[in-house]
Design a protein around this ligand. Structure first.
Ligand code: AMP
Length: 321
């Protein structure tokens, strides 16, 4: 069975866009692949310089994956910083990474274009990501379009290394998740922490309802026909329940006589149905810090066991043993 690897940065509380755009499709891979899911806390350190917050987001993210159905007996769930082989490999790989290639990385170029101060960590982010992948011989890396370049950089690094030392590293394939569209936020722009327009995943019903009622709508009167496709409330509903199940609501909105308030109510109820039980499990995991830590520690042990033989071969090849 091929290995698929998925990481997510614990840079804030997970929201519905993370779930629909990434977590749900990634959990679906478990039927086809041996899955490695990791919490990329060292990647998050490029932007988050608050130890307590990073620790808290990491725990919340682990609890989120588990609550949403990650089976930690089959798949591996681990925290990046618990696997020291990853930063070790990152250094080795950096010696096979052309600086010109990192100069062309989108995230770095964007940061420079916006005149943001760029740390070396932001600059070498793609090398750490290559180590995340190559340490485990992952063959498949499911990514959104924005991450494709990072996998190409990883492939290039692996090929340069292999050119010198033989085929020690598995050159991964990016699987672009075309079907995952951008999930809109409360204001209709992409749901994102940086726009402050998110629906956090496990809010209590009262706060969730309030946020859903805040979703931007136009002022079309109840009786008038409406265009569901142009309304974030409908798009969120459709992403959540699927096209077929959403057809009824689309029809009603187009026909007129159904107001946006009814659409919001439908979305709220769907969120409660789809995520209600997961919220209870999330709260249970968050209340039992030692159980959560035990899952992460077991995941890290298994990840290290998986990385060990390859790392040993790599160290020997470069002459470090
Ligand atoms: P972030 O922490 O914002 O980088 O999000 C982590 C991952 O969640 C991204 O790489 C995307 O795959 C997914 N994601 C985040 N926001 C959205 C969104 N609004 N629509 C679709 N996918 C999203």
């Amino acid at each position: 069975m091929k290995i698929a690897l998925t990481g997510i940065k614990p840079s804030g509380p997970p929201h519905l866009g993370n779930y629909l755009g990434m977590i749900r499709p990634a959990l679906g891979l478990a039927a086809q692949y041996r899955c490695l899911y990791f919490i990329a806390d060292y990647h998050a350190l490029t932007t988050l310089h608050d130890g307590a917050a990073l620790r808290q987001h990491t725990r919340a993210l682990a609890a989120t994956w588990l609550a949403l159905g990650l089976n930690a007996d089959e798949a591996l769930l681990y925290r990046q910083s618990d696997v020291p082989e990853i930063p070790e490999l990152s250094w080795i790989l950096s010696c096979f990474t052309s600086k010109g290639m990192l100069d062309r990385a989108h995230a770095y170029k964007d940061a420079v274009a916006q005149n943001r101060e760029v740390s070396v960590g932001v600059y070498t982010y793609p090398v750490l990501m290559a180590a995340d992948i190559l340490a485990f011989g992952a063959q498949v890396v499911p990514v959104g379009r924005d991450q494709k370049q990072h996998v190409e950089i990883c492939r290039d690094i692996a090929q340069r290394f292999n050119h010198v030392y033989g085929e020690l590293l598995t050159v991964p394939e990016a699987v672009i998740q075309e079907e995952v569209e951008t999930i809109p936020g409360l204001d209709g722009r992409k749901m994102s922490k940086s726009y402050d327009n998110t629906l956090p995943l496990f809010l209590d019903s009262g706060r969730l309802r309030k946020l859903v009622m805040r979703i931007a709508t136009d002022s079309t009167p109840v009786e008038a026909p409406k265009d569901p496709e142009a309304a974030p409330v409908f798009l969120l509903y459709r992403h959540l329940v699927g096209r077929e199940a959403a057809a009824g609501l689309a029809e009603k909105l187009r026909a007129g006589g159904t107001g946006w308030a009814a659409a919001k109510q439908a979305l709220f109820e769907a969120l409660e149905t789809v995520l209600g039980e997961a919220r209870t499990r999330y709260e249970q995991w968050m209340a039992d810090g030692s159980a959560l830590e035990a899952v992460l520690q077991r995941g890290a042990e298994r990840a290290r066991d998986l990385a060990a033989p390859r790392m040993d071969a790599i160290r020997r090849a470069v002459g470090a043993r």
